[in-house]
Design a protein around this ligand. Structure first.
Ligand code: MN
Length: 329
């Protein structure tokens, strides 16, 4: 998946403080991915006042029943990334992933694609002919400054560990939950999990107190710390929670994301996560110049199959002081 917003915001994100155990609801916004089929995604990260949850900096739900043109398979041509990991978690259908480090794989529900851009990678994502159109989550994880220059690489995990409690089954995508650790490679203290609750469940989920967390419901309804949460918005839970009480009358399926609050400033624009305006400009120029030393050709695609970068906004980024969150230009 790609950030194909026609006019993406450029944002400077201030380091977030440790907010304590709060609850805040952030609405999803429908974002058009462009192209002829009018595909939309429901985006819940970043938010103007919530740039990151841990190192999670981007959260899209694609192909859901409520998205416009549901069922349309958003074939995404080759496009570049820097400074991040992409996490693809299908909920229905099959997706074919191809990238500039030679990967050409299909993924189905229960499996995880984790692509680490390091200094630069390009990839495409296509529906599989004859298979159901894809529905799932795509998330980005910001790499810390110490890992933004590493070699790009790709992992597919077909088996992931599970944490279970009465009425609760969690698949740990990345990081550690309840003492269960995913083999997916992480560069910051982080957690991402897919959690199912049986009808009538009332259970405590152990959390890392040093982390901040957020929940996105995929199906059903769950009561979390007094908030009844259904599909759509992101519920931000803050930090300093050793456990989370989850109860559901009719059952629920949701994603939990969390991590140590990310303290580095980020500049996010289009498909790039950087530290400065100059870094973004340089990556954009390399992509537009078809610099294959930075972004090699994606396997199975010819050089002309690519998404061009949108024009940069006319202003240079300047840091602005806000209590929390991003300054959008
Ligand atoms: Mn992408």
């Amino acid at each position: 998946m790609s950030d194909l917003e026609i006019d993406p915001d450029e944002a400077l994100c201030e380091p977030s403080p440790r907010p304590g155990p709060i609850t805040e609801l952030y609405p999803a916004r429908e974002v058009p991915l462009g192209g002829v089929r009018g595909v939309y995604v429901e985006r819940t990260l970043p938010q103007r006042d919530l740039p990151t949850v841990g190192a999670w900096c981007f959260l899209d739900r694609f192909g859901s029943a409520t998205a416009t043109e549901a069922g349309a398979s958003p074939d995404i041509l080759p496009h570049p990334h820097i400074g991040l990991q992409t996490v693809t978690w299908p909920l229905d259908g099959r997706i074919r992933h191809r990238d500039s480090v030679g990967s050409d794989v299909e993924i189905e529900p229960g499996q995880l694609n984790l692509m680490t851009s390091g200094r630069g990678i390009a990839h495409s994502e296509f529906g599989v002919p004859g298979a159901e159109a894809g529905h799932g989550l795509q998330l980005w994880i910001a790499l810390p400054g110490t890992a933004t220059g590493i070699d790009p690489h790709f992992e597919q995990h077909r088996e992931l560990p599970r944490y279970a409690a009465p009425g609760l089954r969690a698949t740990v995508l990345i990081g550690t939950l309840g003492g269960v650790t995913s083999p997916a490679e992480a560069y910051t203290p982080i957690v991402g999990a897919d959690i199912a609750l049986d009808p009538g469940t009332d259970v405590l989920l152990p959390l890392d107190r040093a982390f901040e967390h957020a929940v996105l419901v995929i199906e059903g309804t769950v009561a979390i710390d007094g908030t009844e949460l259904g599909a759509g918005p992101l519920l931000y839970l803050g930090t300093d929670r050793a456990e989370l009480r989850l109860s559901s009358t009719g059952g629920a399926h949701f994603a939990l994301v969390g991590g140590e609050p990310f303290t580095e400033e980020l500049v996010m624009w289009w498909n790039f996560v950087g530290r400065s305006h100059e870094e973004i400009v340089e990556a954009r120029q390399a992509w537009e110049a078809r610099d294959t030393s930075r972004f090699p050709t994606v396997v199975g695609h010819v050089a002309d199959e690519r998404i061009p970068a949108p024009p940069l906004p006319p202003l240079r980024l300047k840091p602005r002081k806000r209590a929390t969150g991003c300054t959008h230009l």
